[in-house]
Design a protein around this ligand. Structure first.
Ligand SMILES: *Cc1c(COP(=O)(O)O)cnc(C)c1O
Length: 355
């Protein structure tokens, strides 16, 4: 039976990206050695990281004066590296979910944190609006896509200070105006690669303004100066990222990814709204096109387990909602096919007809 992968992360990658990675692990570029057993400083690997960096710059139209880094530690390490490198006295954070809260917790170790707004009281079912960003902060931190709750800020905000964004789960799914940000970071395992590498796009001028001592590995300047080669970078996930970047470019870049995301969302949200059994969990205007969350309507609550089993029997994988939301979550990252979304919709319709 064909499996449709709706996992929230690590998650779906295009089959060709997986196959090329597998091939490179067996025999890299026909050199008779595995990608996993050659030096990261070799003439064979250097072009991989160079091309990956160039493609990130090309696809996101990264302006001059920014560096693209490939680091370890996941997005979670960035929660600490960001304030370490950028927070002088005070930073503003928009609290839109668990990941934002974790980022705030780390920032509090380095200075004052102003929570500009929060939707915690409503279990993060919307993106707070109408808040004001203080002007005396070092930066405003936002989480563009809230993977767990299925809300998204799908535009580059206009605020009076520099922004720093956790784009772990929606980077490369739309064009972004990088110039508005001092830093953008993303754990790769949701829209870029397999787990193990974190991409950071950082404005060079914005570094070096804090007085504190920064441990070498946690100082972005180390990685800027050494082209992400201060120590051994995660070579295999970087290679997978390269193959995925090539794939995205061949599909038409982030504009094409954006269009596909809108199409997938229309198909799935359309059915959530039409089907008598289901309802979406978040404010319509804040719906994520990456993580589509829904539950059974109250009067059908007892069917939840049955639908889960039914969907699984039809090949749907990973649609169980996060425990803090319940219900279902269909993650539709870049490699998710329209066919996959149609299969999910067919499954929802068939289940409805049976009840
Ligand atoms: C998954 C996720 C993280 C955590 O990423 P790790 O790489 O596992 O540390 C952080 N932020 C967002 C928005 C995420 O979706």
């Amino acid at each position: 039976m064909k499996k449709y992968n709706f996992n929230a992360g690590p998650c779906i990658l295009d089959r060709s990206v997986i196959e090329k990675t597998a091939q490179a692990i067996l025999d890299f570029n026909g050199i008779g050695l595995s990608l996993a057993e050659i030096s990261h400083r070799s003439k064979d690997f250097q072009p991989v990281i160079d091309e990956a960096e160039a493609l990130v710059k090309e696809l996101l139209q990264v302006p001059e004066g920014y560096s693209v880094l490939f680091l370890g530690g996941g997005a979670s390490l960035e929660f600490c590296m960001i304030p370490y490198n950028f927070l002088k006295t005070k930073a503003a954070y928009l609290n839109t979910g668990v990941w934002a809260k974790k980022a705030m917790k780390e920032a509090k170790l380095f200075g004052e944190v102003v929570e500009v707004a929060s939707s915690a009281d409503a279990n993060y079912t919307f993106i707070p609006k109408g808040w004001e960003c203080p002007t005396d902060v070092d930066y405003l931190h936002i989480t563009t896509n809230n993977t767990i709750y299925g809300t998204e800020i799908r535009k580059d905000l206009d605020v009076p200070v520099r922004m720093i964004a956790d784009m772990s789960s929606d980077i490369f799914s739309r064009p972004i105006d990088v110039a508005k940000y001092d830093a953008i970071y993303a754990g790769a395992q949701k829209n870029l690669s397999m787990a193990g590498v974190t991409i950071v796009i950082v404005k060079n001028d914005a570094l070096g303004h804090v007085d504190r001592q920064i441990p070498t590995m946690l100082d972005y300047r180390t990685h800027v100066e050494k082209g992400s080669m201060f120590n051994t970078p995660p070579v295999v996930p970087i290679y997978t990222a390269l193959e995925n970047l090539r794939w995205m470019k061949a599909q038409g870049g982030v504009e094409a990814m954006d269009k596909l995301a809108q199409q997938r969302a229309e198909i799935v949200y359309g059915e959530i709204d039409r089907n008598k059994l289901f309802r979406g969990t978040v404010a319509e205007e804040d719906r994520s096109v990456m993580n589509l969350c829904f539950v059974m309507k109250d009067e059908y609550k007892e069917l939840e387990k049955e639908f889960m089993e039914f969907a699984t029997s039809k090949g749907m994988v990973g649609i169980k909602g996060h425990r803090s939301v319940g219900g279902f979550r269909a993650s539709c990252y870049n490699a998710q096919s329209i066919e996959g979304c149609q299969a999910l919709v067919a499954c929802m319709k068939e289940f409805e007809a049976q009840h």
